[in-house]
Design a protein around this ligand. Structure first.
Ligand code: GAP
Length: 462
């Protein structure tokens, strides 16, 4: 099925409790979103899948949770104060504000130019002002006196918290190269052109890992370093495909051109997804060399090195950084899983084909109807499943409508309790329930005594 349009996803997200526009009762607050009961579960499940793949299942990566309020010098050393700027231009005719690099990349369609080759406004071909640089970091103030010395920045990435803790982790965890430090956390950017739902927001979550390795023997031709970069690119691409179940045909790798490399990078490859509006970045895997550790050592005056017992020398490790957006990945999961198909009556059946490991609700317990005779058995089944998996109980509306509702929120399995379960007209029940599968709509009857085992087999990785 072709990608759904964004409005369909935005509307489903709000209707079903995934993502709400923030502060709606105050008329909304542009480009900020609140995650509803299902969104927060989906987000946690994606983060957990990442943490499992990057930390728990590896013996060479450890975790970190660095403070958000960061020493101001960190952002000087990292280059963010001086270079984390976007070139802003305004149209002299329609007054619209644009990011020049986005126009030149063709993000607003064909690039229009005047006779002298100057780029024109994508809206009305108007003349644009000279670009002005705009720093994307949010400033805040620490302490009660607002002066130059009280300025602090909200972190625009999680990476720097990792670099400034490199020595702490080496010493406390007795790590040997190569090893990584992983962190998932909120980041803030005062984006000039936010939008496209949660694709680009002011506040978003990232999942980043800095993988430290020996410096290459030849800095100009770092063969082993580039091979490690490649390994991480492949590992990360397969995570989207194999763990999140994203359609491989909608994923691609895009190495950065030299001109678009970040100030710290010797090479970056993006993992891109085919969004409803075209290809867009999902994760960047950057070869950051020793830029950050060296910069922090210089700025702080505190040498940051690693003592290599093999060669008995102090060295500055080089770094590979897979940096993913959690909230952006969540949007991809919703878009990629969305499907519409005709049901047996010819009506539209909307199904969110999320992998069970990330689905917010794993099992829905549904008595056939709202009937006092069914409720005790249904509640018993609910109590049995709830401690093991995220479970929802629902007895309102017809069973068909409740199946549709669960399909639309991506619940892989429904368990139905009917009169055969509890017995009727004096006949004993069979103490069995029906498991209904979201994707195939296949139904299987299983005894309640074997229900947990049957569900476990149908919920791999959950
Ligand atoms: N430490 C490197 C770094 O931050 P980045 O490419 O700027 O690299 C990594 O960000 C990922 O974070 C992006 O691939 C994207 O998924 C996500 N991201 C960046 N800016 C974002 C924004 N304004 N809103 C949502 N996600 C964003």
């Amino acid at each position: 099925m072709p990608a759904p349009d964004l409005d369909t996803i935005v509307s489903l997200s709000k209707r079903r409790g995934f993502i709400f526009p923030a502060a709606e009762i105050y008329g909304g607050f542009a480009n900020t979103y609140d995650y509803g009961p299902l969104g927060v579960e989906l987000k946690r499940n994606i983060r957990e899948a990442w943490w499992r793949a990057m930390v728990r299942e590896r013996d060479d990566v450890v975790g970190l949770d660095a403070s958000l309020i960061t020493h101001p010098s960190v952002w000087v050393a990292s280059g963010h104060v001086a270079t984390f700027n976007d070139p802003l231009v305004d149209c002299k005719k329609c007054q619209m504000r644009w990011r020049l690099d986005h126009i030149v990349e063709g993000q607003y369609g064909e690039v229009k130019r005047d006779a002298a080759g100057n780029v024109l406004c994508p809206n009305d071909n108007g003349e644009l002002t000279e670009p002005r640089l705009f720093n994307l970091m949010f400033k805040t103030q620490v302490g009660t006196v607002a002066d130059e010395g009280s300025v602090a920045y909200l972190p625009p990435e999680t990476a720097q918290g990792i670099f400034i803790n490199f020595e702490n982790v080496v010493n406390s965890m007795r790590r040997k190269l190569p090893f990584g430090i992983a962190q998932t956390r909120v980041s803030f950017r005062n984006e000039i052109t936010p939008g496209k739902f949660v694709f680009r927001t002011l506040e978003f979550e990232q999942m980043e890992m800095e993988y430290f390795c020996r410096p290459p023997k030849d800095r100009k031709n770092p063969v082993e370093y580039l091979a490690l970069h490649r390994q991480w690119i492949d590992a990360r691409l397969s995570w989207y495909r194999d763990v999140l179940g994203i359609d491989a045909a909608r994923l691609r790798l895009r190495p950065h051109e030299k001109e678009e490399l970040s100030h710290y990078s010797a090479g970056t490859t993006d993992i891109e997804y085919l969004f409803p509006w075209g290809w867009g970045e999902l994760e960047g895997i950057a070869a950051r060399t020793d830029f950050d550790l060296s910069a922090h050592a210089k700025q702080s005056g505190h040498p940051i090195t690693y003592f290599d017992e093999e060669t008995s020398e102090h060295l500055v490790p080089w770094v590979i950084e897979p940096a993913a957006g959690l909230t952006r990945t969540l949007a991809v999961c919703l878009i990629d899983a969305y499907s519409e198909e005709p049901d047996e009556k010819g009506d539209k059946r909307v199904v969110l084909r999320l992998r069970p490991n990330i689905a917010p609700i794993k099992v829905a317990v549904l008595p056939l109807s709202k009937n006092d005779a069914l409720r005790p058995a249904a509640r018993k089944v609910y109590d049995l499943i709830r401690p093991v998996w995220m479970t929802q109980y629902d007895e309102t509306q017809s069973i068909g409508r409740r199946y549709r509702r669960q399909d639309e929120i991506g619940t892989p399995l429904c368990v139905t309790i009917d009169f055969q379960t509890v017995g009727e007209k004096g006949e004993p029940g069979d103490d069995a329930v029906t498991i209904r599968e979201r994707d195939s709509q296949a139904q299987t009857r299983v005894p309640i005594s074997g229900l947990l085992q049957a569900l476990r087999e149908k919920l791999p990785g959950c």
